[in-house]
Write a protein that binds this ligand. Structure first.
Ligand code: 6R9
Length: 568
């Protein structure tokens, strides 16, 4: 690693003095920003939308700028208040009640956001699904949650085994001719624009996000309205949102990043939110930044790596000067990608670490903090993080172990749906144990090593796959890399790397040897992959995570387990 530290840009008041802010911070003070601290009435949809719609200075500001091939739309806070009120009335007309699970299985669109907010306004629990899910994945989630209503499109309805889902009473179809099921368009046309929000308790449910474990069925991670406190404050201090920002989060709302930071954080902060439909292409993505003057951009390493391998000419065609702040989540952010970001945007890419279960960011790099490329940063104020052993005892600096968080932060999951045993199993000795392995350096920065089940033990040395992957993609021929431990009678495990090549490179023995030597010289002999296999693509989840577990199953000829989240 060439760059040891990248210094922060001065003059940003947010955590300019991290230690001091951390010491003084209290979550209770954040509550003062919400009207319910005065009225006692709570609903996250009110704080995100209606509050701004009732403010004469904000109501005409664009809340949602929607852009997709063939469709461009702008909705103000007032517009979104109106459409979500209408949908809340549709739900009421169809007897949806507080606590009911209402699922969404449809592409990102203005209708999606009106429906999502409408669900929250009646006090029901929203369950967003990736539109790419196939029948089994849809069935598992609707069955487990006992959802009573589904909002979908005629095309996607074909993947819903309706007759096998006894709890699913009603289906709302967006698009279509209106002859079948409940027609979104017809009902919205009749629905009143006025709605009296269902005021709920901070601890009442609002969201169910299914996430896949390493084996078995996906689990329903249950979140409550109280999460808004953390969505709001991390939006302010980590996303660094200001009221005149134009913000773009590239995540799909089927992934927690697409709700916590694609819906709540920007709107709770009264910021214009750009939503892009359609598929990824480097030209279109850079074009979106230029066309909409995006100032704050939250994306993922997999997207950054794709942009990087598209070459240096593509960004030059677009004016990216509106960008002020760039962030990443989902996978470790390779130092190589940070170097590229410095060149492409003249900006640091800020890594953030958190999980579906944690509901919001926990360990981050802040605009006003010096950054160590490859590190996830430091805990957000109000968050106590540590490295613990299997009994929940804290480990000293530089020792690899379980990354753990002292339980009780505002956005923490409150349950695993219908599975209290699973929920309990996350906690040891007052710590929420993440299942990620990491260490903390003397300065307090946290360094990710891999999922605990991904860590490789080769000839007694523990190797984090991320470190090897990061080195691999520094090689000029390598676009993406996935690294696993392969059982070996002599060494316990050997390191096997799967790589995709950048444009213009072809496989040869010399190239493979060159890549091996490159890792050996750059990292160490024991970290150099003994085997390298060239692939056309690396299997990833829809949120961009390299599925090392799947690479390993393929390699060993084992059953592949749950692959519902595999990107096509
Ligand atoms: C938000 C989200 C959680 C898992 C997590 C870890 C990995 C997320 C990361 C990261 C290294 C980061 N992960 N952010 N690893 N550096 N900055 O991703 O939620 O989909 O539940 O995944 O993702 O392994 O445990 P989720």
């Amino acid at each position: 690693m060439d760059m040891q530290t990248i210094t922060a840009r001065a003059g940003n008041p947010n955590m300019e003095n991290y230690e001091e802010t951390y010491k003084k911070f209290n979550w209770d003070d954040v509550k003062e920003n919400f009207s319910w601290s005065k009225t006692g009435l709570v609903n996250i949809a009110y704080e995100a939308i209606d509050k701004h719609a009732e403010n004469p200075d904000k109501k005409n500001q664009a809340a949602l700028i929607y852009t997709a091939p063939g469709r461009e739309e702008k909705l103000t806070f007032e517009d979104l208040k109106r459409t979500s009120n209408q949908f809340a009335n549709v739900l009421k007309d169809h007897d949806v009640e507080k606590g009911d699970r209402v699922f969404l299985f449809m592409p990102r669109s203005p209708e999606f956001y009106a429906a999502f907010l409408g669900i929250l306004k009646v006090g029901a629990i929203a369950g967003p699904l990736f539109e790419a899910f196939m029948e089994q994945a849809v069935r598992d989630r609707l069955e487990d949650s006992e959802a009573s209503m589904l909002i979908t499109t005629p095309e996607l309805l074909e993947r819903v085994p309706v007759s096998e889902l006894p709890d699913l009473e009603k289906i709302v179809l967006v698009g279509g001719d209106g002859s079948q099921h409940i027609s979104f368009e017809k009902e919205m046309e009749k629905a009143s624009e006025d709605f009296e929000i269902e005021w709920v308790d901070l601890e009442d449910g609002m969201l169910l996000h299914y996430t896949s474990g390493s084996t078995g069925k996906p689990k329903g991670v249950y979140h409550v309205h109280n999460a808004m406190i953390q969505h709001y404050q991390t939006g302010k201090w980590v996303l660094d949102l200001k009221e005149d920002d134009i913000y773009w989060c590239t995540a799909d709302p089927g992934w927690v990043t697409g709700t916590s930071y694609g819906i709540f954080a920007p709107w709770l902060n009264g910021v214009t939110n750009v939503i892009r439909g359609g598929r990824f292409s480097p030209d279109d993505w850079y074009g979106t930044i230029a066309e909409h003057n995006i100032s704050v951009w939250y994306s993922a390493p997999t997207a950054f790596r794709k942009l990087l391998s598209a070459g240096e000419e593509v960004p030059k065609k677009h004016d990216l000067s509106s960008l002020r702040h760039v962030l990443s989540v989902g996978e470790p952010l390779n130092p190589e990608v940070i170097s590229w970001g410095l060149k492409a945007f003249n900006l640091r890419i800020h890594d953030t670490w958190w999980m579906t279960e944690t509901g919001a960011m926990l360990i981050c790099n802040y605009p006003a903090m010096d950054m160590r490329p490859g590190s996830m940063g430091k805990p957000f104020p109000g968050i106590e993080a540590a490295i613990v052993d299997n009994e929940g005892n804290e480990l000293p600096a530089n020792q690899m172990g379980n990354l753990a968080i002292k339980e009780g932060w505002p956005s923490m999951m409150r349950a695993i749906w219908k599975n209290p045993g699973k929920f309990e199993s996350y906690f040891i000795n007052g710590w929420y144990v993440s299942g990620d392995s990491a260490y903390q350096d003397e300065e307090g920065y946290f360094w990710f090593q891999g999922r605990l089940d991904d860590v490789i033990n080769t000839s007694g040395e523990r190797v984090g796959p991320f470190e090897v992957e990061s080195k691999l993609i520094e090689h000029e021929a390598v676009a993406e890399a996935g690294v696993i431990g392969k059982p070996d009678p002599e060494r316990g495990e050997i390191i096997k790397a799967f790589v995709t090549l950048r444009e213009g490179y072809t496989e040869s023995d010399e190239l493979l040897e060159d890549i091996r030597q490159f890792v050996k010289k750059g990292l160490s002999a024991h970290a150099a992959p003994r085997e390298i296999e060239i692939k056309d693509s690396i299997p990833k989840t829809r949120s961009g995570k390299i599925m090392r577990r799947l690479l390993k199953s393929w390699e060993l000829g084992l059953p592949t387990g749950d692959t519902s989240t595999l990107e096509e």
